[in-house]
Design a protein around this ligand. Structure first.
Ligand SMILES: CC(C)(COP(=O)(O)OP(=O)(O)OC[C@H]1O[C@@H](n2cnc3c(N)ncnc32)[C@H](O)[C@@H]1OP(=O)(O)O)[C@@H](O)C(=O)NCCC(=O)NCCS
Length: 239
């Protein structure tokens, strides 16, 4: 992997073959303590899978044992890899939802990933509470049967972006707007930066999930993105 590559792995967690206890041993004691606090087993499984997947992805590209990685947390809660053995800074972001865990890795550049389960309850709050006017207008115009999926497509792009800049929900979600085909961003202030320095990708990793990737890069056209459904490979190696 070079500075211009992004690697995205995802893992289905509804597969009966996922060996939860094996994956859990890869987590550090803080992660294991957090895993123990989930009320629902399906959420615990996705959390453990995402954190194990991130560790295995790091080791696959930078060597070392998956259990050895350490992380620090930024101002708004964004975890960053401590990469003592690498001259380049490893940048990892994780996302997990019912049935799916995902991890995105690159060098140096700000990166964010988000996955959502299409089976989740539709959001009952008006879209205006989350989205910019142009996004709301698009949502109002789509066929009713598509509203939920388009809503979650915007949602994943927005979350991937706020995760890439590290601010999470501290960033007002209507301060930027997406177009979907192909995905691109517009800011309501020049201070937010240059929209041309962002790469966004949309994915449908399963029939039941949507996923989005955000990367800040001075030359997005130079970037290659590799995606791997790690489910089979991962299970073979870890069980
Ligand atoms: C970071 C945030 C935006 C993502 O939350 P989420 O979509 O619920 O969860 P995801 O599974 O996609 O991502 C969680 C992971 O992102 C990482 N993360 C946490 N804070 C982060 C931040 N500020 N920036 C980037 N990544 C962050 C962590 O690895 C976290 O994993 P963990 O909780 O297992 O430790 C969260 O701050 C949040 O508040 N979400 C609220 C959801 C919401 O209302 N979204 C509306 C969007 S339109």
């Amino acid at each position: 992997m070079t500075r211009d590559n992004v690697v995205v792995w995802w893992l289905r967690t509804d597969d009966a073959g996922v060996n939860l206890s094996r994956l859990e041993t890869m987590l550090d004691s803080d992660e294991q303590a957090r895993a123990a606090r989930f009320h629902f087993q399906r959420d615990r499984l996705s959390y453990i899978a995402a954190h194990a997947l991130g560790r295995i992805l790091l080791s696959a590209h930078a060597g070392g044992d998956p259990t050895g990685w350490r992380f620090v947390t930024g101002d708004h809660g964004k975890p960053e890899v401590l990469s003592p053995h690498s001259e380049q800074r490893l940048r990892l972001n994780l996302s997990h939802t019912v049935g799916l865990a995902a991890a995105a890795l690159t060098f140096d550049h700000d990166i964010g990933i988000d996955v959502e389960w299409l089976g989740r309850e539709p959001i009952t709050e008006p879209a205006q509470h989350f989205f910019a006017p142009a996004e709301c207008a698009h949502l109002a115009a789509v066929a009713p049967g598509l509203t939920h999926e388009i809503f979650l497509t915007y949602w994943t792009l927005k979350e991937a972006y706020v995760k890439a800049i590290g601010k999470g929900m501290a960033q007002p979600l209507d301060s930027f707007a997406f177009k979907l085909d192909p995905p691109s961003i517009q800011f309501d202030s020049e201070r937010a930066g240059n929209p041309a320095h962002w790469l966004f990708r949309r994915f449908q990793p399963t029939h039941d999930h949507v996923m989005a990737l955000a990367l800040r890069h001075p030359n997005p056209r130079a970037v290659t993105v590799s995606t791997i459904d790690a489910s089979q490979e991962f299970l073979r190696q870890q069980t």
